[in-house]
Design a protein around this ligand. Structure first.
Ligand code: ADP
Length: 481
């Protein structure tokens, strides 16, 4: 870690009530670099019994934080945003060490993560209420928008910074407090953000970061009557479980769950642009994003040309340690992630798919980026999220077939399509059952637009002016004069 300009950003304790604390038991969990298995450090393994105190602290801090003016909250958030950019190199290095993504991608994620804080620092000042014309002359009807209260966030390892700021920034802007339980594989990025939040002047207890058993901490947070909202990003499987756990306390929920993104290339598309978009959408973060193209559907007339162009680019990808210059694809996050990619490839090949390139393990947690053609709806790649650098290619004949194939999934997060026919743009984008649609682009996410899914991909939206409403309650006041 000697390369960090500011080594004090590498925190190995939990952020509780404004101070850095170990577990009462003294127990810790180790965190390893997925590129080489080296130990990076350890974080506390809190017991479930320690969480109620954290929740009490959060409740006290929330009342004081909500009592501040929106402008005061905005100033703190703005400073947090600036500190993230000032420390972008260190934050990116910490991320690459624990998560594996290439350093340039990690830097990009820090800028992207920070953009949500900037955005919600601005939105904090625009939480407008309403006055409503009353049915009787002696009545005055008004609507306030007030913070939900104490909130909790459980975040994944694939975007160790952005998945946090997309939740924490709107929550804090709205006047909520937040208890964050980051992914066990990438806690250091979260803790570094906590340190910067403290430096930005965020009052003690407004943002607390706890590490330890996901299920134990998760249960404490979901069972609590004080915690009024849970925001979770992760698998649909765990999302379902958390939703059930939140039923007893009728907790508000935002869920960003799995996807099975179709990426449709029509005969009239600009093929080079489509290949470029497929590369960006499929292979970013070694294919480990919930909006990654999971099924590439190519119309018959351009199928062979598309595959040839795509394969040439895939073969040129450099796999390696994310800290090495020029690396395009880092290690996968853990051994079982490689097992899944391999299982999906073997299953496709056993059912008649053809391997175009890749397909092999490269030692350690590295896997060759892979292209398989002749994929059909019966194969695992068609039904499950691969979460790896495997591009499975389906062929289709007509527009209606492509739309039916695209919608044939329980998921509905992101979809992409390439065409230069404007009438088709309207038809296809309206018929895709997805929360987000990219037309002639493979990268759609930014802080200004609403990110989220339909069907079993989740509930609620993050980013945009809609994102802050997830942390606000409406209060209607009927006043008689
Ligand atoms: P991923 O495939 O992205 O790892 P998971 O849904 O397994 O998705 O994990 C997302 C986050 O949810 C991680 O921080 C993980 O530790 C946490 N998590 C996993 N199981 C539970 C659970 N039973 N209760 C609460 N959080 C959980």
């Amino acid at each position: 870690m000697s390369k960090l300009k500011d080594p004090s950003l590498l925190k190995t304790l939990c952020l509780i009530d404004g101070s850095w604390q170990a577990a009462a038991s003294g127990r810790t969990s180790n965190v390893f670099n997925p590129a080489n298995g080296a130990l990076i450090g350890s974080v506390p393994n809190l017991d479930a019994t320690e969480i109620p105190t954290v929740i009490d602290v959060s409740a006290k801090a929330q009342r004081l934080w909500a009592a501040r003016s929106a402008k005061e909250r905005a100033i703190v958030l703005r400073r947090w945003f600036e500190l993230m950019l000032e420390n972008q190199d260190d934050l990116a290095l910490i991320m690459t060490l624990e998560q594996g993504k290439p350093l340039a991608e990690a830097k990009g994620e820090i800028a992207y993560a920070a953009s949500f804080i900037e955005w919600y620092a601005e939105e904090a000042k625009r939480v407008y209420g309403e006055t409503i014309p009353a049915p009787n002359a002696n009545q005055r009807l008004t609507v306030l928008r007030q913070p939900v209260g104490v909130t909790a966030a459980i975040t994944p390892w694939n975007f160790p910074a952005a998945m946090i700021t997309r939740k924490a920034a709107p929550a804090l802007a709205a006047g909520c407090s937040m208890i964050l339980r980051p992914a066990e594989l990438t806690p250091f990025s979260a803790l570094a953000l906590g340190e910067l939040a403290c430096r930005a002047g965020l009052p003690a207890g407004v943002l607390q970061i706890v590490t330890g058993s996901a299920s134990q901490i998760g249960k404490q947070l979901t069972d609590s009557e004080t915690v009024r909202k849970l925001s979770f990003t992760g698998s649909t499987e765990v999302g379902r479980l958390l939703m059930a756990q939140c039923a007893d306390t009728i907790k508000k929920l935002s869920l960003e769950l799995g996807g099975n993104a179709p990426f449709i290339v029509f005969d009239d598309a600009d093929l080079d642009k489509a290949v470029e978009g497929a590369m960006a959408s499929k292979f970013r973060n070694a294919g480990q994003t919930c909006v990654c193209a999971n099924r590439i559907l190519v119309q018959e007339g351009v199928h062979d040309a598309f595959v040839e162009k795509l394969a040439a680019k895939v073969k040129a990808l450099k796999v390696g340690d994310g800290l090495e210059p020029g690396t395009d694809i880092g290690p996968m996050i853990e051994p079982k992630a490689l097992d899944k990619v391999e299982d999906h490839i073997n299953d496709a090949l056993a059912q008649g798919g053809q391997l175009v390139c890749g397909g092999k393990r490269l030692g350690g947690q590295f896997f060759e980026p892979t292209v398989v053609t002749g994929v059909t709806a019966q194969m695992k790649v068609a039904r499950e999220e691969t979460f790896g650098a495997l591009a499975p290619i389906f062929s289709f004949d007509r527009e209606e077939t492509a739309i039916a194939m695209a919608n044939d999934t329980i998921f509905g997060l992101a979809a992409y399509f390439y065409t230069n026919d404007y009438r088709r743009v309207a038809r296809v984008s309206e018929q895709l059952e997805y929360g987000m649609v990219g037309h002639n682009t493979g990268l759609i996410s930014n802080e200004m637009a609403p990110f989220g899914g339909v069907k079993q991909s989740g509930l609620g939206r993050e980013g945009s002016h809609h994102g802050i409403t997830e942390y606000l309650e409406l209060k209607y006041i009927c006043s008689e004069l």
